[in-house]
Design a protein around this ligand. Structure first.
Ligand code: G3P
Length: 221
């Protein structure tokens, strides 16, 4: 399973890239706004840090024409740009047009298997089911991932599924166990995935045993 980072913060992206955690980036308008960044400028900065793999920026608008125009502008920046397009009827038209032009899209705000299937048929390179936001309204996100895993196992669909709106390491592991292609993960959850109390306890214990052994041999560090 591939991991992307879900942020527009360049310091977080640099750290995750340096630790070898990620092979792609997703942003959305809220994340770009949180950074007070210009969308196109931030896409360029991210491309210079993550030198391999897809970088996702979202097209702004509601009509197919607006979404298509915004997507073309973003796609001109670099061939690694993937344009997020909301899962609506207008979004589907935009996805179809962009596919014909060779522009990669990520159908975002997907909350049902039916939506995901339609976006795949329209030609989205990726679809993004939002796990955390489904859990927030009491609908089990794991059931949605199971439906995607079932459907994708029976057909030869090129579209890759990105588990998004990730709120915990358990979300990532559930997606991985179901064979979901990618999870896009906030930085703090990536950090949480590195941790285990027994790792910390083990390091302390190794260090203490080492110092004891040195003392016994009459040496210091
Ligand atoms: O990738 C989509 C993601 O950014 C949404 O996450 O936590 O705002 O639901 P969240």
């Amino acid at each position: 399973m591939k991991l992307f980072i879900d942020t527009a913060n360049v310091a977080e992206i640099r750290e995750a890239w340096d630790m070898g955690m990620i092979c792609g980036v997703t942003t959305n308008p809220s994340l770009i706004a949180r950074e007070g960044a210009d969308l196109e400028e931030r896409m360029r900065e991210i491309l210079s840090i993550v030198t391999d793999g897809p970088i996702n920026g979202e097209a702004i608008g509601t009509s197919a024409e607006e979404l298509t125009a915004g997507a073309r502008k973003l796609a001109r920046i670099d061939s690694r740009i993937v344009v997020k397009v909301p899962m609506t009827q207008e979004g589907l038209k935009a996805i179809r047009t962009l596919k014909a032009e060779g522009i990669k899209t990520n159908a975002t705000l997907v909350f049902s298997a039916a939506q995901g299937l339609l976006a795949a048929r329209a030609g989205a390179s990726y679809i993004s089911p939002f796990l955390g936001r489904l859990d927030d309204i009491g609908q089990p996100s794991e059931a949605l991932l199971e439906a995607f895993a079932d459907i994708w196992s029976m057909y030869d669909l090129e579209t890759e599924i990105i588990a998004a709106s990730i709120r915990s390491p358990e979300h990532v592991v559930s997606a991985a166990r179901l064979g979901i292609h990618i999870a896009t993960v906030p930085y703090k959850i990536l950090l949480a995935m590195t941790e285990h109390p027994l790792t910390d306890a083990g390091i302390k214990r190794f260090e203490a045993d080492w110092q004891d052994a040195l003392k016994k041999r009459g040496q210091s560090t």
